[in-house]
Design a binder for this molecule. Structure first.
Ligand code: SAM
Length: 301
């Protein structure tokens, strides 16, 4: 089969589940990964015969895609915030909304660093202001998954001490693989956050915890329920805000004065979630994502 014949085969086989533009995107990604040809070479060598082994692998990918397996799981990796992350059945596939959360967090943490430490460290930090002054920043991430949040933050704030908690040992293994790949040091902690008493204080608390209520399970796409870990998606009790209540309690006792909070939330529970924080923070706001849904709580203590 030639590359162009495979392209036709790919879109025909997947036409029931993917639109033409989705299948063209997926075709290009898989041919790039398996054959090694980027979009230009895919066109340039459209008449070239596929190697038997490549064709077999591409057929297998089509088979798995037809079974609704997320393409990131088939590839074993995804791109997030411009970085490559390994993903598997033990971790949530990181979502674009979490990139939005990090974008806001990085900007606000930069301001926090400058405002809180600039004067204090003015003399010693003259050569490399951000590098010098972020060294004592303590960040806590709750719900590591593939490690996207703590690893992106460690990349942007290399001097910061970044801690990240997950109850899934297997998710932490994947996060550690990503940390090793990027040569970034994060303190990964295996514990049930809901039953863990924090024993230190943080400048920044950030989290994208499980926030889907049990009663919403029927609204979630089958491919998500079938292939992504339940522990990453669903609240363990009928209280969809259980993680947010514990984070509010910890923000009261373990977030430093002027510290910052960044949370991804259930779009249906914006005002109720915000209510948990307004009395504890000098400023707490509900922020919409790029699709216009209530998606984040951003707080300053
Ligand atoms: C929505 S996923 C977020 C993963 C990652 N931070 C991201 O944004 O892609 C929630 C994560 O919380 C973890 N988790 C669930 N229950 C937990 C608990 N009781 N204690 C700590 N982590 C928990 C899950 O294993 C999962 O990795």
């Amino acid at each position: 089969m030639t590359i162009s014949e495979f392209k036709k085969y790919f879109s025909t086989e997947l036409s029931d589940i993917y639109t033409a533009s989705e299948s063209s995107f997926l075709y290009s990604i898989f041919v790039h990964k398996i054959v090694g040809f980027d979009a230009f070479y895919q066109r340039r060598f459209a008449d070239q015969e596929l190697l038997i082994n490549d064709e077999k692998q591409l057929q297998k990918a089509v088979f798995e895609l037809k079974a609704n397996k997320p393409y990131q799981h088939i590839l074993g990796e995804t791109e997030f915030y411009g970085m490559k992350f390994f993903v598997d059945e033990n971790v949530l596939i990181p979502r674009p909304e979490t990139e939005e959360l990090l974008e806001t967090a990085i900007l606000q943490i930069r301001h926090y660093i400058v405002i809180h430490h600039e004067l204090q460290h003015h003399e010693e930090s003259q050569d490399s202001p951000l590098g010098m002054i972020n060294r004592k920043l303590k960040i806590l991430d709750i719900g590591t998954g593939s490690g996207v949040i703590p690893l992106v933050l460690k990349k942007y704030f290399p001097e910061a001490e970044v801690h990240s908690i997950d109850f899934s040992e297997k998710a932490l293994q994947t996060a550690k693989k990503n940390a090793a790949f990027h040569q970034l040091e994060v303190n990964f902690i295996h514990t049930d956050y809901l039953n863990t008493a924090l024993n230190e204080n943080f400048d920044i608390i950030i989290s994208n915890p499980p926030y889907i209520g049990i009663d919403e399970e029927h609204e979630i796409a089958d491919s998500v329920k079938e292939f992504e870990p339940k522990m990453a998606l669903f609240s363990p009790t009928s209280d969809a805000l259980i993680f947010y209540r514990k984070i509010a309690e910890d923000s009261k006792n373990h977030l430093k004065q002027d510290g910052l909070l960044f949370l991804e939330i259930n779009q249906k529970l914006g005002p109720e979630t915000l209510d948990l924080y307004t009395h504890l923070f000098s400023k707490a706001e509900l922020v919409k994502d790029l699709s216009g849904n209530d998606r984040f709580i951003i707080g300053k203590k």
